[in-house]
Design a binder for this molecule. Structure first.
Ligand code: URP
Ligand code: ZN
Ligand code: ZN
Length: 467
């Protein structure tokens, strides 16, 4: 099967080029300047020619932080691997890295097997796994080595959620030491969960039960303190560190300080922290529950700092932390007690568009858009070359993006299995037009042409910034 994508502007993180793209079966095999003799020669014996005049041609998006079907707070995230990956494809994301979970008292292997079983034959796009380590002990430390060998090369630890996913400093240090030895990357949920639980109990005693108190008790200082502590522990252990879902500018200062010292400290933020704020959490009635996630949304003034961090590379990745819970039967579990609201927001479908809006609004360049949404997440998590770039030899995961199309984000039109949109009514300039995953057309002509099971499991190499 030979496919040619003609007349578009190819945007990689490194450069932009008016080029045609030749795909054979599942791989990109060549790029040639549009109108050149070589490019023109491809059309005659192509099976499919896609005209991308006036459009961008991008590597498919890589969302390095999703939680399909994640059990949380007595319920389960609403998107299955089937619905969530299909929605991702609609939004121009062609690879996700989801989090398998080790339950306390179980092994990493049992957790990973369970996630493989959930995802197998279900996904629209390619997928990989990180491992959440919630029970650091001699056995799970050994298993970390095995998992790195199998392509699960990153491990998330939690300084939050005591009694559930939480690890104490000693456990964190041991896991970091192991990652320092086996090449794994430690991903940290950096919030002081012990202190947060005290403040939450005190708030409830005062009768402060509304969703906005979720943001009040999860203080910015408790994010920056945990970020600082995680960095110091990583220094002691001699391991690299990746801070997930960073939302507070003070935490960003900690990351920037570490990076200025030359440490292998990286961080991601998420679209919700760039566009939403504590004002959303404080919406009247129980509406604010739609915006309950951890780390929490912050006051509006943090947004400019996060955009700046994205420009300076102190924030190098934007992931979604997609973890959707329906308003009507899941978020309502926390009516009368904000601590019982399941934590997480939907967003896997919206990331590429919201970041393109950042280009339109002048926060970042087009190439930086591709860098933070495709190339760097691929490189950070050992997928680059295959994913995150349009170059000969890469998987033919391609997005044809119309930078001029106008759209309005809404739960009425999105494809995520959740009954609300965090961005209801938001106008966006730019829209995904066509999506190919390993050469197969998934989205074209505003219709979905894929099938569940199209997506394959992708074992990962170790972080490509460290080799
Ligand atoms: O609120 C969030 N972020 N839910 C998902 C779990 C996590 O901590 O990433
Ligand atoms: Zn987290
Ligand atoms: Zn998460």
């Amino acid at each position: 099967m030979r496919t040619v994508i003609q007349n578009g502007l190819v945007i990689n993180s490194s450069d932009e080029l008016r080029a045609d793209v030749l795909i054979e079966d599942d791989k990109v095999v060549a790029l040639a300047v549009t109108g050149s003799e070589l490019a023109s020669s491809w059309t005659a014996n192509a099976d499919k020619v896609i005209d991308a005049t006036g459009k961008y041609v991008l590597p498919g998006g890589v969302d390095a932080h999703t939680h399909m079907e994640m059990p949380f707070g007595g319920t389960v995230a609403a998107d299955t691997f089937e619905t969530g990956t299909r929605a991702a494809a609609w939004g121009g994301t062609t690879t996700i890295v989801d989090f398998a979970i080790q339950q306390k008292g179980s092994s990493l292997r049992e957790g990973l097997d369970a996630w493989h079983a959930k995802a197998e034959s279900q996904c629209a796009i390619d997928y990989a796994f990180h491992m959440i380590v919630s029970d650091v002990n001699d056995q799970s430390l050994k298993e970390m080595d095995t998992l790195v060998g199998e392509g699960v090369t990153s491990f998330k630890l939690f300084m939050a959620y005591p009694g559930v996913l939480y690890s104490d400093d000693g456990q964190i240090l041991r896991a970091m030491q192991r990652a320092g030895d086996n090449g794994g990357l430690i991903m940290m949920h950096a919030e002081n969960g012990i202190a947060i639980d005290v403040l939450a109990a005190q708030a409830l005693e005062r009768g402060q039960t509304d969703p906005k108190y979720h943001g009040v008790v999860r203080r910015e200082l408790l994010e920056s303190e945990a970020t600082h502590r995680a960095i110091q522990l990583a220094r002691v252990a001699g391991s690299p560190l990746y801070i997930v879902h960073l939302s507070a500018s003070q935490a960003l200062d900690e990351v920037a300080g570490a990076r200025n010292m030359g440490l292998n400290v990286f961080a991601e933020t998420c679209p919700q922290y760039l566009y939403l704020s504590t004002e959303d959490l404080a919406k009247p009635g129980f509406e604010g529950s739609k915006y309950v996630c951890s780390t929490p949304l912050r006051p509006m003034e943090h947004q400019a700092q996060l955009w700046k961090g994205l420009r300076t590379n102190d924030l190098s990745v934007v992931s979604t932390d997609h973890c959707p819970f329906c308003f009507n039967d899941q978020k309502v579990l926390g009516i009368g007690d904000f601590t019982k609201i399941p934590n997480g927001l939907p967003g896997v479908e919206n990331r590429m568009d919201l970041l393109h809006q950042g280009v339109v609004d002048g926060h970042i360049s087009r190439r930086r858009w591709v860098e933070i949404a495709c190339a760097t997440p691929a490189r950070m998590f050992g997928l680059y070359g295959r994913k995150g770039v349009l170059a000969p030899g890469a998987d033919a995961d391609v997005v044809i993006y119309d930078p001029k199309a106008e759209q309005v984000l809404s739960a009425e039109t999105h494809h995520m299995a959740v009954d609300y949109s965090c961005y209801e009514g938001k106008r966006i300039t730019g829209k995904v037009e066509t999506v190919l995953s390993r050469g197969r057309v998934l989205i074209e002509g505003n219709a979905y042409h894929g099938r569940k099971g199209d997506g394959a499991y992708v074992p990962r190499e170790t972080c490509q910034y460290l080799t």
